[in-house]
Design a protein around this ligand. Structure first.
Ligand code: FES
Length: 103
């Protein structure tokens, strides 16, 4: 089973099943972790903001322009910020680590 490790806002790690073809946001939401994802994955809200672990930052496809524009509106943006609804999980991403950004 491929997995994703998600660190919540209390610093607790959660090991989730990484479902291929799902957006990382969907996997986090499906597991019941507190990710708002207000727009449902349309790249229109930035409330699915996560920080990607340094080891993984270069392994993901870069954010496209739409995502980058929306990230500009997010709070506490860092170099490793991504909108998790714009990151599709693939088998190659087994072990991916992300941290939920502050609300
Ligand atoms: S869920 Fe709204 S931008 Fe990702």
């Amino acid at each position: 089973m491929a997995k994703i490790i998600v660190t919540d806002r209390d610093g607790v790690d959660h090991e989730l099943e990484g479902k291929e073809g799902w957006k990382v946001m969907e996997i986090i939401r499906d597991a019941g972790l507190p990710i708002e994802a207000a727009c449902g994955g349309c790249c229109a809200c930035a409330t699915c903001h996560v920080y990607v672990d340094a080891d993984w930052q270069d392994k993901l496809n870069a954010a496209d322009e739409e995502e980058a524009d929306m990230l500009d509106l997010a709070l506490d943006v860092q170099d490793n910020s991504r909108l998790s609804c714009q990151v599709e999980f693939t088998a190659a991403m087994d072990g991916l680590k992300v941290t939920l950004a502050p609300e």
